[in-house]
Design a protein around this ligand. Structure first.
Ligand code: PMP
Length: 348
């Protein structure tokens, strides 16, 4: 479908004031944003405007009842400076999965991708050229109807904003296996990228940090032993030469890095199984020296190696012997910058 996106450009770009070698995290925004309004059952007036404040009624339903969902993705450049998007169709589809769970309308997937393309094209000078850097893109949807009362809203906004991000060097992280606080339950909202999931994770994360850990390892709600994910990443383990990752059961996010890492690992000849994994099993594997690797996966960092997992009084130490995750991360970065052939057909 052809979408008519109107564009209102700034008179002068702020990009010249940015030091791409020293980009502050999450506080710099590009010149423009993409906006679309949902009224009376239709998405209308898709437009690109100068980045700015959005007047919001204090009764906007997102502020009270939490109908707010988002996505996270990155634009990179190839060797010739052409902007590229990684698996944008997957983010478009995931936004609508989140919308379903939260009683929100679907956003047309072709307009999602077209809005991204036009915004990124307009902001191409904002894509940091240095290796490992990218233009972070944040599509999101929220209920902006002014109404007090508990029902699905009838007015929404869909917005895409963009923020340059420097290379993310992740040190090996320490996880706290959380047995009191829960991120997601069966039948809950864990598979939705809903704002409220993140709000509920803030306090447990602060408590884990106060104990000296970097992130929370989320466990299941009933037995507190099945591993779900870590912080805002999915998780992989390598035991006896084979990779395992928790299977999707409705309570973990369907990570786009996760699905890509599975494909790249299999392509490199590794065995990858998606199944239920207990913390006891990981503890056991560490004790008998068969736990060879453990890492988190997500758009922000790519792959983050895990050093320790605190389980009550005990610490599981992960060996640092096997760098397969790093190899996969390099392959993904090579695909995202056009250095190797995109044999999976992921780049746009
Ligand atoms: N789990 C959660 C809870 C997340 O917020 C994210 C980041 N979107 C991920 C996993 C990783 O997903 P992706 O690879 O799509 O970034």
């Amino acid at each position: 479908m052809k979408h008519n996106i109107s564009i209102n450009k700034v008179t002068e770009s702020k990009v010249k004031s940015i030091d791409f070698n020293n980009i502050p995290l999450g506080t710099t925004f590009t010149d423009h944003m993409f906006i679309c309004d949902y009224n009376n059952g239709v998405w209308e007036n898709p437009r690109i405007e100068p980045m700015g404040m959005i007047p919001t009624h204090p009764a906007a339903m997102a502020l009270h009842y939490g109908q707010a969902i988002f996505e996270g993705m990155k634009a990179t450049v190839d060797a010739d400076g052409n902007p590229m998007l990684f698996r944008a169709d997957r983010n478009a589809a995931r936004l609508n999965t989140s919308a379903d769970r939260m009683g929100m309308p679907h956003f047309p997937e072709d307009l999602f991708v077209e809005g991204l393309k036009q915004l990124v094209d307009l902001e191409r000078n904002w894509i940091p050229p240095t290796d490992g850097s990218a233009l972070y893109l944040r599509p999101f949807m929220y209920a902006d109807e002014a109404f007090i009362g508990m029902r699905a809203a009838t007015h929404y906004k869909f917005i895409i904003m963009a923020s340059p991000a420097g290379p993310f060097f992740s040190k090996r992280i320490k996880l706290w296996a959380e047995k009191h606080y829960i991120r997601a339950v069966n039948g809950g909202t864990g598979e939705a990228k809903a704002a409220g999931n993140y709000a509920a994770a803030i306090r447990p994360t602060e408590l884990a940090k106060a104990k000296g850990f970097d992130q929370v390892l989320w466990l299941d709600a009933i037995e507190h032993k099945y591993i779900q994910e870590v912080g805002t990443m999915n998780i992989f383990f390598k035991i006896d030469g084979k990779f395992i990752t928790p299977k999707r059961d409705g309570s973990i996010l369907d990570g786009i890095t996760r699905m890509s890492v599975i494909d790249v690992l299999r392509d490199k000849g590794y065995d990858v199984t998606e199944r239920a994994i207990t913390i006891d099993e990981i503890q056991e594997a560490a004790k008998n020296n068969s736990l060879e690797e453990a890492f988190g996966t997500g758009t922000a960092v790519g792959i983050a190696y895990i050093q320790d997992i605190g389980v009550g009084e005990e610490i599981i130490h992960v060996s640092n012997e096997s760098p397969v995750g790093l190899e996969v991360n390099n392959t993904l970065n090579d695909i995202k910058t056009g250095r190797v052939e995109d044999k999976f057909g992921w780049m746009l």
